[in-house]
Design a protein around this ligand. Structure first.
Ligand SMILES: [Fe+2]
Ligand SMILES: [Fe+2]
Length: 138
């Protein structure tokens, strides 16, 4: 799912994006695989745990980069990150309260992938454009 043209010119952020795409793709595979749901649940759970933590790390690093380079869209971008972090938190909470069910997790996996493609493919690309307009790599 990762594409080379997603690179924004920061080695750290680009490798985190790559990792995120890989993880979400394997999350979707785990969700869609044949076989008993109970048997796939472990991987689904582990990936969800990973995502919860990694998204926080990534958003923090990306916002730190924006601050460092004086990116003018930082505030707006951080608000978009916060909204998605909240969405993940709410989903995790719902799962905690109601348990994992296949349909709910499938819906969530699709939502995360769509969000990632839209966000990395658009909003994050503007950081790359800014870096290039400032004349280089970070
Ligand atoms: Fe990002
Ligand atoms: Fe971002």
């Amino acid at each position: 799912m990762w594409k080379e043209h997603y690179r924004i010119g920061s080695e750290l952020i680009d490798s985190q994006h790559h990792e995120l795409f890989d993880r979400v793709a394997s999350f979707i595979r785990a969700v869609q695989e044949e076989g008993a749901w109970e048997e796939r649940l472990d991987q689904v759970q582990a990936t969800l745990e990973f995502m919860k933590e990694y998204v926080v790390i990534h958003f923090n690093d990306e916002e730190a980069l924006q601050r460092e380079i004086g990116y003018p869209g930082l505030e707006k971008h951080a608000a978009v990150h916060a909204a998605f972090r909240e969405e993940i938190r709410q989903f995790a909470q719902r799962v905690e309260e109601e348990g994992f069910d296949e349909e709910k997790v499938q819906e969530f996996a699709a939502r995360v992938m769509t969000w990632l493609i839209m966000h990395v493919g658009r909003e994050d690309q503007r950081i790359g454009e800014f870096i290039r307009s400032q004349g280089g790599q970070q």
